[in-house]
Design a binder for this molecule. Sequence first.
Ligand code: BGC
Length: 527
Amino acid sequence: MGRGVMVGVTVGVAVAACLVAGVVVGKRVKSRRKWKRVMGVLRELEEGCETTVGRLKQVVDAMAVEMHAGLASEGGSKLKMLLTFVDNLPSGSEKGTYYALDLGGTNFRVLRVLLGGQGSSILAKDVERQPIPPHLMCGTSEDLFDFMASSVKEFVEKEGNDSESSVVKKKELGFTFSFPVRQTSVLSGILIKWTKGFAIEEMVEKEVAQYLQEALIRKGLDMRVAVLAYFSLLIYSEQVNDTVGTLALGHYHDEDTVAAVIIGTGSNACYVERTDAIIKCQGLLTTSGGMVVNMEWGNFWSSHLPRTSYDIDLDADSPNPYDMGFEKMISGMYLGDIVRRVILKMSQESDIFGPDSSRLSVPFILRTPLMAAMHEDDSPELTVVAGILREVLEISDVPLKVRKLVVKICDVVTRRAARLAAAGIVGILKKIGRDGSGGITSGRTRSDVKMRRTVVAIEGGLYTNYTMFREYLHEALTEILGEEIAQHVILKETEDGSGIGAAILAASYSSSNSVDTDTDTDTVQPL
Ligand code: BGC
C-alpha cells in the first residue's frame, strides 16, 4: 500500500470517527435538552403544588371563615354546612341489634351490629360488601335501589330466626348515604347533587330515604307485612352522611371526639357545632345545645389553594366543573388522574416515555391505589413502577431515572393533598376554638391557652391504606399547630364508621333505647 493511500485511509477513518462522535454528541445534547424540558415540567408542578406552612395557615383561616359564612346564611359559602339534626351522639351504653346500609363511593354494604351496652363493647358484627356495578351509578334510581334492596333481603334472610336479633320486635336501620343531602330531620333529607361519579338526575332534589323504602317494599321487604311471618319487624330508618357515622363511632369509643373526616374516594368532614352559632337557622333548639354539621368540605374553595394547570384541566373535563374543587385536589378519586396528566404532559414534551401510548390519554386509567403503589415502591430497581407503567399505561422499558421521576410526581401530588387535608382539619379546630390560638386575641400567648384533649375521628382508604399520605398529613398538622398544641390533637382512625357508626346512631335514636331506662344516650356536648 502506498503512502498516499495510507494517509487517505487514516483521514477517512478520522472523518468517520468525527462524524460518529458528532452524532453521539448531538444525540446527547438533544437528550439533555429533552431532559431539561421534562425537568421544567417537574419544576413547574412543584412550584404549583407548593404548600409552605404560611400558605397552609392561609388555607386554615379561609376554611374557618368559610365555615362561618356557610353557617350565617344558606348559600353564604361554597361550604354547604348542612344541618344533620343529629344532636345525640352515642356514648357506649347502647344495647341491642341494629342494622345499617351504606352507600358510599365504590361499594355498597349491609351491616348488622350487636351492642353490649356496657362501655365500648360491640359484641358482634356482620358485614357484606359489594362493589356497585358502574352502570348503576348512572342508570335509574329504581335499578340502583333494587340492587341494594336485594342485598338487604339476602342479608336479613341469611340471619335465620334463631339469633338474638330475631326475637327483637323491631329492626332499626341506619342508612348511610355519602352524598350531599339537605336534611329536614334525622329521618329524611333531599339530595342536593351527586358526587364521586354518580349521576342519576331524577333523584336530585328528591327525598332519598323514600327510594330505599320503596325498593324494600318492591323486593318483598315490606317488613311490616312480608317478613313478619318470622321476624315481626319494622324498619325505622335514619339517614346519615358517612362522616356523621364516623363521628358517631368515634364518640362511642371516645367522648372527646369533636369532628370526623373522611379521605377516601371522596372527602368530607363534620363536627359538633353550637346551635347558637348556626345563624342561618335561628331558634334551632336541641336538648344538648349542639348539632352535628356536615360541612361538605369537598366543595371548599379559596384563592389560597395551590392550583395547577392539571387541576384546571381535570376540573374542566369532569362531569361537575367548578364544583368540589377541594375534593378534586385531595381525594382518592382524583390523585391518580392528576399524576396521569403530568406524565402525559411530559411525554408530549419529550420521548422519555418511549413512543406515544394511547393509554396515557384515557381518563382515570391510573387509579389512585396504583399511584400509591408506585409512590411506595421501595425496590431498588423500582420494579412496581415499571410493572404499572407497562401493564396499565403500556409504557415499557423506561430507564430507572424515568421511573424515579414518576415516583417524584406521585410524591408532589400526594404531599400537596395530605397537607391541604391537614389544613382543612386545623380550620375546623380553629372554628371551634380547639387549635390553641383562642388566647391570642385576648392578649394571651399560645402557650397560656389550656388545650383540651381533642379527638378527630378519621377514615377513608387514602388515609388508612396510604402510609406516605398519612405521614405527610400528620407532619403538616404538627407544622401548622406547633408541637405543643399538636400533642393535644389526636387523629383516631375508626374502622367502618360509615357503616357501624350509622347502626350505632340508629341505636342512639332508637325508640327501644329511649324507653330502655338503663340506656343513657349522651348528648352532643356544647362547645
Ligand atoms: C360527598 C360527601 C361524602 C364524601 C366522603 C363526597 O364526595 O359529597 O357527602 O361524605 O364524599 O364519602
